[in-house]
Design a protein around this ligand. Structure first.
Ligand SMILES: Cc1cc2nc3c(=O)[nH]c(=O)nc-3n(C[C@H](O)[C@H](O)[C@H](O)COP(=O)(O)OP(=O)(O)OC[C@H]3O[C@@H](n4cnc5c(N)ncnc54)[C@H](O)[C@@H]3O)c2cc1C
Length: 142
């Protein structure tokens, strides 16, 4: 992101419209919060995103595990959190069974499917389950 507001970013975002001399909005901080706000505002306003570091996401955002956990936060709903905990329980149960049956962790994770009763999960990619099964196998001493 430009440090003086005149150089284009190395990889311009899709809605980058060129240098801004008198922006409608100035957003300070290029972590997930600032970058998201700037991105959304840029659809309707000229936006200048100021970041103190030499590139974006060098603080908390760059260190995040990038996991979306339903149920976190002030407006969390109990039902979301219950569903998340039930999902973790389903993974644990399947990992314990597979480990007992001698199935390799990667194979078990690959064939794992969440029970339809837990609804559709689009936020957990396949590697999440691979890591979760591997962690359970480690825990179980496999
Ligand atoms: C190890 C770790 C793991 C995490 N895992 C998860 C996770 O799995 N899931 C999850 O949801 N959250 C996770 N988090 C939390 C999440 O990363 C933070 O809540 C989020 O990144 C905060 O984003 P932010 O934009 O508010 O702050 P930051 O990412 O800290 O961004 C603030 C930016 O503002 C800039 N800045 C500050 N002051 C100025 C100034 N005066 N002028 C110019 N620039 C300035 C900073 O340089 C920085 O780039 C994790 C955090 C850590 C540390």
């Amino acid at each position: 992101m430009p440090r003086n507001g005149t150089e284009p970013p190395r990889t311009p975002p899709p809605n980058y419209r060129g240098p801004v001399e008198t922006p409608d909005v100035i957003v300070i901080g290029g972590g997930i919060a600032g970058a998201s706000v700037a991105y959304e505002l840029a659809a309707h306003r000229s936006v200048l995103l100021l970041e103190g570091e030499s590139s974006l996401a060098m603080h908390s955002t760059g260190r995040s595990a990038a996991t979306y956990i339903p149920g976190h936060g002030a407006v969390a709903r109990d039902a979301d959190f219950d569903r998340y905990v039930a999902m973790l329980g389903a993974v644990e149960e399947a990992a314990r069974k597979a480990q007992k049956a001698g199935t390799p962790a990667a194979e078990a994770a690959n064939s794992f499917a969440l029970p339809p009763s837990l609804g559709e999960w689009t936020v957990f990619a396949k590697p999440f389950f691979e890591r979760a099964f591997a962690a359970w196998y480690k825990e179980l001493g496999a």
